[in-house]
Design a protein around this ligand. Structure first.
Ligand SMILES: C[S@@+](CC[C@H](N)C(=O)[O-])C[C@H]1O[C@@H](n2cnc3c(N)ncnc32)[C@H](O)[C@@H]1O
Length: 389
């Protein structure tokens, strides 16, 4: 099975509402999507094409390569369709594999049962041909097989990523309520920031937005920080392809920038964590960190963007304090950030109203399951107060 050189359907998954930003990245790499949907993108390519996708994409979760599509009304038909696949040419009998799935079939009450059926078919097939079977389990750092089964339509994929691409491997210490790296990168892409003007991130927490901004500005991609992907554990893998793609990442990465990225937080711990994470990402020297109330954040005369991700209080009783904070954020933007574009990412629309400025855009996101918005404010002399305030 020549998966490394044979075209098939590729599905790149992402968190809900990130696909417009993922699409921009995929097209910038020279690929043409066949279809874009809320949680991903479909295109056509080989497993070798999946290698640059895995190394470059900031907004993706997994890159899946279709092995077979077939009709399966029940678990027996699923097993029969799977046992025919030449698994012995994909998974080394001395290797290790795991199964993930997205299942909606009337016979399946728990996805674990579907996973076991897939595992059985793979193991039975390889044992019948090779006399021995590979190990299997829950770890996703070796070969990973993904089942997509809706009603009687089954699709079996090689998950070429394994561990999610949505984490970018530099954040060793998460801090309080950190944004997922893929989400942070997507929100910055959504601002249309030019990557050459000031980027200010007050209330930076573990530094995710400032670090992602520095990575975007220097053209550094997540593949620089990761040396293991599931495609490396598929039989026929040629490591030269990986090293060539990794070399390209190193060659295009810039070392310096000619503008300021500023990250501040009221908590010394948060700044310590941010600096450590920035150091792991190799961008610590590009970010000016400071411990201060957000109101005291330096705002350089050369405008750019200011991006906030304040807490939005899912617990009761904290709202009064947060209402004041959101109002102060509005005042800070209005009084100190003229000429900038301001952004506030929040999951609480009532608190957002306290900012008291009229948003020029409200961009939809999810943070996990929580419906969120990125509010955009054009900050000029006559910036309008929101009449509701
Ligand atoms: C939701 S967290 C930010 C998470 C961040 N986006 C990340 O990815 O890690 C909000 C941060 O605001 C900080 N903060 C709260 N009140 C502040 C204030 N008045 N001035 C500056 N920072 C503040 C907290 O210490 C916390 O780190």
């Amino acid at each position: 099975m020549q998966v490394f050189h044979t075209d098939s359907k590729i599905i790149i998954t992402c968190n809900k509402r990130l696909s417009p930003y993922l699409q921009q990245e995929v097209e910038a790499l020279g690929f043409t999507p066949d279809r874009v949907f809320q949680t991903g993108i479909e295109l056509t390519g080989t497993v070798n094409d999946c290698i640059p996708l895995n190394l470059n994409l900031r907004c993706a979760s997994q890159v899946l390569y279709l092995i077979k599509s077939f009709t399966a009304a029940d678990p027996k038909e699923l097993y029969d369709g799977l046992v025919e696949i030449e698994w012995e040419k994909l998974i080394d009998f001395t290797g290790y594999f795991s199964i993930t799935s997205n299942v909606n079939n009337e016979h399946i009450l728990t996805p674990l049962f579907a996973n076991v059926k897939v595992k059985d078919a793979i193991v039975d097939r390889i044992r019948s041909v090779k006399g021995v079977r590979p190990n299997s389990g829950a770890e996703s750092n070796k070969t990973v097989i993904h089942l997509y089964w809706q009603d009687d339509k089954a699709e079996i994929f090689l998950d070429t990523s394994g561990e999610t691409l949505a984490k970018h491997s530099y954040r060793k210490i998460p801090g309080k309520a950190p944004m997922l790296e893929a989400l942070a990168a997507s929100t910055i892409i959504a601002t249309n920031w030019d990557k050459v003007s000031t980027f200010i991130n007050p209330m930076c927490g573990s530094g995710t937005l400032a670090i992602e901004a520095a990575l975007l500005a220097t053209d550094k991609h997540p593949g620089l920080f990761r040396m293991n992907y599931a495609f490396m554990h598929i039989m026929g893998y040629d490591e030269q392809v990986f090293f060539v793609e990794r070399r390209k990442l190193k060659d295009k990465a810039k070392k310096e920038i000619k503008f300021k990225i500023i990250a501040t937080d009221i908590s010394q711990d948060a700044i310590d964590i941010s600096q450590k994470n920035a150091n792991t990402a190799g961008v610590e020297h590009l970010i000016e960190f400071a411990v201060c109330d957000f109101e005291d954040t330096e705002v350089p005369a050369e405008p750019g963007i200011v991006m906030f991700n304040p807490e939005y209080g899912e617990r009761l009783g904290v709202h009064t304090k947060l209402e004041i904070t959101y109002k102060r954020i509005g005042d800070f933007l209005k009084k100190k950030c003229l000429g900038y574009r301001g952004y506030v990412f929040t999951g609480n629309p009532d608190l957002a109203k306290k900012i008291g400025l009229r948003a020029s855009r409200k961009i939809e996101f999810y943070n996990g399951k929580l419906d969120c918005r990125l509010f955009e404010y054009e900050l000029y002399e006559g910036t309008k107060r929101d009449p509701r305030e």
